[in-house]
Design a protein around this ligand. Structure first.
Ligand code: MG
Length: 369
């Protein structure tokens, strides 16, 4: 387990707090001669969900790795057999901690796919080799700053912009962007659970701006509230924090709590569960898109593979590395005509650069299975 501190190009503010730099936890799995990488997306503080990076590190070391070890000793036909398909079941005795579990499962999956010579994209069933880029803009100091930032993003080729909103920063920023850019920009907003059902009338004032969606307006466990809100808004409701598994997605859709789903592998326990979320939504005719957690190139590579699946028909929070980091851990992802290429190499298809790792690493811990 390797901790790194990556300074952000600009601080990122949402209703869930402000991040100045990214405290990254990388899992590097070493199995015989094979290496696999996984990035833990847990933020430094438990404001987005209950997970945070110090807790994830602790739970991996103290509980999750020993779970893998017990499977290896008890059930494997050949010593050392731990497969990606078996990781979720092996870790099931530990409740929650999905971001920590996802990091570990991704490292096993990456190692396994590297060994087999298959890309994560092909393993997940990708149908495209590049995906359109979208950008998430934090809460800005002023409306002027926001509009200037949107202008820069459009110039760079981003076709879809998401604005973080909170009470006091919602109608005015949306109006400012629409007034300046008209319908040149596909626009959506994300409340990160900062509103209440009592705000329904206020949020309905967003309807005339023809947003692609409003994401997670209410708190994560309020599915009934989202269903009630959906009857009072014309803007489609998307859920993010509420969708912790394929089962949670099925429930939310059945209750009428959302008509769009944001998929994040870290939030649901890994890419294999993320694929199930995709499948459940596809079967229900609900479009999905890939969310972002300020990932480095390691996590970004996996997200691009996920977003290449068929039902990812809406543009995700998939940006060039330069949007967040002066220097990424991997070779930087760049925009090409508003698109980013899906990595095609074995596994995640990226390799952290040794000199960047060495420079930015703040701690290394070794855990043996
Ligand atoms: Mg969100």
């Amino acid at each position: 387990m390797r901790r790194l501190r990556l300074p952000l190009v600009t601080p990122f503010r949402s209703a869930a707090g402000t991040e100045h730099d990214r405290d990254v936890l990388l899992v590097r799995l070493l199995a015989d001669d094979t290496v696999g990488w996984g990035e833990c997306v847990a933020p430094s503080a438990p404001h987005y969900t209950s997970e945070y990076v110090d807790g994830a590190s602790e739970v991996i070391r103290r509980f999750l790795v020993p779970c893998l070890g017990s499977v290896r000793r008890a059930a494997a036909p050949v010593a050392g057999d731990v497969t990606a398909d078996g990781v979720a079941a092996a870790l099931a005795p530990v409740r929650g901690h999905r971001m920590a579990k996802a990091a570990l499962e991704t490292a096993v999956l990456d190692a396994e796919l590297r060994l087999a010579g298959h890309s994560l994209a092909s393993h997940l069933g990708a149908v495209r080799d590049r995906v359109p880029a979208g950008v998430a803009l934090g809460i800005a100091p002023t409306l002027h700053d926001l509009v200037e930032d949107v202008a820069r993003c459009l110039d760079q080729g981003y076709g879809r912009v998401k604005l973080k909103i909170e009470p006091g920063w919602d109608i005015d920023p949306v109006r400012a962007v629409r007034e300046r850019f008209g319908d040149r920009v596909a626009l959506q907003v994300d409340g990160n659970g900062a509103y209440a059902l009592a705000d329904a009338q206020h949020l309905a004032r967003l309807d005339p701006f023809e947003l692609v969606m409003i994401e997670q307006p209410l708190v994560d466990d309020d599915l009934q509230g989202h269903a009630a809100l959906a009857t009072r808004l014309r803007t489609p409701i998307c859920l993010d924090e509420s969708i912790t598994s394929a089962r949670a997605a099925a429930t939310a859709i059945a209750l009428g709590a959302c008509t769009v789903v944001n998929v994040k592998a870290g939030r649901v326990g890994g890419y294999l569960e993320a694929r199930r979320v995709h499948d459940v939504c596809a079967a229900a005719g609900v479009p999905v898109w890939c969310g972002g957690m300020l990932e480095t190139g390691v996590g970004r590579a996996g997200n691009l593979a996920l977003a290449a699946m068929a039902n990812f028909t809406l543009v995700g929070d998939l940006s060039a590395s330069a949007r967040y980091y002066h220097r990424d851990l991997t070779a930087p992802f760049v925009l090409d005509g508003g698109f980013i290429a899906v990595p095609a190499g074995p596994g995640l298809g990226v390799e952290p650069r040794r000199e960047v790792l060495d420079e930015l690493t703040t701690a290394v811990q070794t855990v043996r299975v």
